[in-house]
Design a protein around this ligand. Structure first.
Ligand SMILES: O=P(O)(O)OC[C@H]1O[C@H](O)[C@H](O)[C@@H](O)[C@@H]1O
Length: 531
């Protein structure tokens, strides 16, 4: 029998709520799965898989090679409780790196570490992408003080226009800007380009880049070697046993957070507290396992339903984007652990409430029923004394009303939702949320028998881009300087490449002042020549 969220009486809603409501009172956290339509016997039918997930997680935390394809341990849980680390050396390294990031940040704030001109640093520029940017971006948006000690900007792409805008905003303040170049592999091209663009911006302001830049990267990576060779201000390690998408509690996240005045210790403590709760049984009180089981039941173990993340709090607006990488890069896999083709995944999107109610929630209620929502409710409305927008009601009352109202409106139409509640947005509670979803992803991966800790699919696009860029160089060199130019077909035939690619390469060169285009009636008759 399916327990439908839309029930006949109000009291049955209340009963179901009580039956499935779980809270961790000392953490100000709760999860309500009562509006999910899971089967009555779900916990029993999944008992064996759940046991497997618990033991796989236990082994992972103890240092097993939980990422078999890459032959790596998976140690992000150790970052917030280093006593879990499988060796004394690793524990020492984790503790020393955390201490080093915190003391470096304190030295920057106190002026012990100064800009080349002898003044205190006033801004931070982060250069990184994917897991090396999303965590620091989430932290910056969610838990920095309203007026942080240092302003922060990001180069998280190789879009020159995006970088130009930030460079223009920083302007002469490059003289007191500290740049963190973050790349686990140390070889990501977008980040390499961002670093070179940053270097050029410093140079344009007459500032010595090397005295303003810090590297956070794997030991002996390309980036690490460059930092050593050029004598950068500082270097902090990233380890192969921490995945990019779970690196926010390594130096990747802790240094930027500390520079912005975030209570890093509380951030880690929140995750550690959630870790402790979600190692426990019974299953019905384990928020991470409940999440994993809800994902499994909603999507039939095949990702048939998307997860729409709706935090009703502006400061959590990036959480859905953060979860998009965490969930989709972890669970979006072609093969299972036995090599079968399974094409797994769960699509994640979202922004914030109540804003999204004025955009796509229309479809969620009335359109295709291919999702479940995750509401994130924050009990404390604001830090300052509020006022009433109409007699008896504040803006915060409205925000809460819209959350509850949307949840009810969805349930009335048989649309599923989970509600997570936290008491306030703080370093501790953000740590909790991150920890919760990390473990839910790990558990779910075992339920569907996949490796959550590698990302083989990402490489295909990188390789194709490398080929494209190489061929574009050949196209540039091949363009005729005189005559009527060459068509894409002629360029392609000469170089032995695809004509459509040749047309796009030549068009890009023409749009950016490196080639001349005589536009024809259609792409096939466009003619390209050298400048
Ligand atoms: O930190 P990096 O090595 O520069 O990697 C940055 C990002 O790019 C890769 O392609 C991966 O898909 C991400 O998981 C990673 O976070």
């Amino acid at each position: 029998m399916l327990l439908r969220p839309a029930m006949s009486t109000t009291s049955s809603h209340w009963d179901r709520f009580q039956k499935f409501f779980v809270r961790y009172p000392q953490m100000g956290f709760s999860i309500d799965i009562s509006r999910m339509s899971f089967e009555d016997g779900l916990f029993e039918s999944q008992a064996a898989s759940v046991e497997k997930a618990f033991s796989a997680m236990k082994e992972l935390e103890a240092g097993s090679i939980a990422n078999p394809d890459e032959g790596r341990m998976v140690g992000h849980y150790w970052l917030r409780d280093s006593s879990l680390a499988p060796t004394a050396e690793l524990k020492t390294e984790i503790d020393a790196t955390l201490a080093a990031t915190l003391s470096f940040a304190a030295d920057v704030h106190s002026g012990k570490v100064l800009a080349a001109n002898g003044q205190k640093f006033t801004r931070v520029l982060i250069v990184g992408i994917g897991g090396s940017a999303l965590g620091p971006q989430l932290v910056a948006q969610a838990i920095t003080p309203a007026n942080p000690p240092m302003a922060i900007d990001f180069f998280d792409n190789t879009d020159p226009d995006g970088m130009d805008r930030i460079v223009a905003q920083i302007g002469a303040e490059f003289a007191t800007t500290l740049t963190l170049v973050i790349s686990k592999s140390g070889g990501t091209k977008e980040t390499r380009n961002g670093m070179l663009e940053a270097q050029a911006a410093y140079t344009a302001q007459g500032v010595d880049f090397t005295k303003h830049v810090v590297a956070i990267t794997g030991l002996d990576s390309e980036l690490d070697k460059l930092a050593v060779a050029q004598g950068w201000l500082a270097r902090f390690p990233m380890w192969d046993w921490v995945g990019g998408r779970t690196s926010v509690m390594s130096a990747v996240g802790t240094l930027a957070a500390a520079l912005q005045g975030v209570d890093v210790t509380q951030f880690l403590a929140g995750a550690a507290a959630m870790d402790a709760e979600t190692r426990q049984r019974p299953v019905r009180e384990n928020a991470a396992m409940l999440l994993a089981l809800m994902w499994y039941s909603a999507g039939k173990g095949k990702g048939a339903k998307d997860m729409v993340v709706l935090p009703y709090k502006d400061r959590l607006v990036l959480f859905s984007k953060y979860l998009q990488q965490l969930v989709m890069e972890s669970l979006g896999k072609e093969h299972d652990l036995d090599g079968n083709i399974v094409n797994q995944g769960i699509a994640v999107y979202g922004n914030k409430g109540s804003t999204d109610q004025h955009a796509y929630v229309q479809q969620l209620r009335d359109g295709v029923n291919n999702f479940f929502a995750v509401f994130i409710q924050v009990a404390k409305a604001r830090d300052t004394a509020g006022f009433e927008v109409e007699p008896g009601y504040t803006s915060g009352d409205y925000l809460q009303g819209f959350l509850r109202g949307t949840r009810t409106a969805l349930a009335d139409k048989g649309r599923e939702s989970i509600t997570l509640s936290i008491s306030e947005v703080s370093a501790f509670s953000l740590g909790m949320l991150v920890g919760l979803f990390e473990r839910a992803v790990g558990f779910y991966a075992t339920l569907v028998n996949i490796n959550a800790y590698h990302q083989p699919g990402v490489e295909a696009g990188k390789k194709a881009a490398t080929d494209f860029l190489k061929q574009m160089g050949q196209v540039l060199a091949s363009l005729p300087a005189s005559g009527g130019g060459a068509t894409a077909d002629e360029i392609a035939a000469q170089l032995g490449i695809d004509a459509e690619d040749a047309w796009h390469m030549a068009s890009h060169l023409a749009a950016n002042g490196k080639a001349r285009l005589a536009e024809g009636a259609s792409p096939v008759s466009d003619r390209f020549s050298a400048l």
